[in-house]
Write a protein that binds this ligand. Structure first.
Ligand SMILES: NC(=O)c1ccc[n+]([C@@H]2O[C@H](COP(=O)([O-])OP(=O)(O)OC[C@H]3O[C@@H](n4cnc5c(N)ncnc54)[C@H](O)[C@@H]3O)[C@@H](O)[C@H]2O)c1
Length: 247
């Protein structure tokens, strides 16, 4: 098990789904986790993980709101004095065919999936630079490359995450900061549960390992990139999809 003892990790969108899986695995690896989410459910998730021994606390944070992000960071710095890891996991979908997609549906997805990542990363980067160490890992998606009907907004943001990652790794390297992305395939969560049953079935049929991924699978994927041992890996998008997409 990669050891995160003594490190502080912020995990955005940690209240449920993949984010909850990351929080759980990072706590088991010894990190102190700041669970950020815009929904109150984050409090119950943090309580559940802490009841099984994890060091975790909930902060109600909307990642698109700079003042809110800065306030949460100030509190972490006052209480713990460090931020070693940022996981930009929070994301939204507003699926609709291109012809019917509204500007609002476009803007919302861009705002959370791209601007939210920018705001959260801006807030931690100087702290990591000062410390000479950092891990920034953001959520892309299999659909950045594969595309998906009704997801021009979502696919554009998830491809954007990989571009952001490639570019920021050039700036982070000299400060000991690695910047990577994870592109999950088909993972069990509220987001995937909301899809029609036939889409779910045909999605699983296309996965060579023969099953849907789990938030725990994703937790271990993020843990690897967040570990000290992954210090020579930067700028990549790691595809975790059970073999669904040929690389
Ligand atoms: N589930 C999948 O199959 C899948 C596949 C590829 C990529 N992803 C990506 O992985 C990430 C997690 O996906 P999931 O399936 O667990 O989704 P989810 O909807 O279950 O969880 C996303 C979390 O982000 C939070 N969030 C949304 N807007 C926020 C904001 N402005 N500020 C703070 N938190 C906010 C939500 O409240 C929620 O708790 C997303 O970025 C998603 O795009 C998921």
């Amino acid at each position: 098990m990669f050891d995160l003892t003594g490190q502080v990790a912020i995990i955005t969108g940690g209240a449920r789904g993949i984010g909850e899986g990351i929080c759980d695995i990072f706590c088991k690896a010894g990190a102190t986790v700041a669970l950020w989410d815009v929904i109150d459910e984050g409090a119950a998730t943090a309580e559940k993980i802490s009841a099984s021994g994890g060091s975790i606390f909930f902060q109600k944070v909307n990642i698109t709101d700079k003042a809110c992000v800065d306030k949460a960071i100030d509190k972490i710095m006052a209480d713990h004095g460090r931020v070693d890891i940022l996981i930009n996991n929070a994301g939204v979908i507003r699926d609709r065919s291109f012809m019917k997609m509204s500007q609002e549906e476009w803007d919302t997805v861009i705002n959370v999936n791209l601007t939210g990542m920018f705001v959260a990363t801006k807030a931690v980067f100087p702290i990591m630079k000062e410390a000479g160490y950092g891990r920034i890992i953001s959520a892309s998606s299999i659909n950045a490359q594969a595309g998906a009907y009704g997801q021009v907004n979502y696919a554009a943001t998830k491809a954007g995450v990989s571009g952001f990652t490639r570019a920021l790794c050039k700036e982070g390297g000299r400060y000991g900061i690695t910047v990577n992305a994870v592109a999950p395939g088909f993972i069990k969560s509220l987001m995937s549960d909301s899809m029609p049953e036939d889409i779910i079935k045909s999605g699983i049929a296309q996965i060579p390992v023969g099953r849907i991924g789990t938030p725990t699978d994703m937790g271990y994927t993020y843990l690897f990139l967040a570990s000290k041992e992954a210090s020579f890996i930067s700028g990549i998008t790691l595809h975790a999809n059970g073999g669904a997409l040929p690389m």
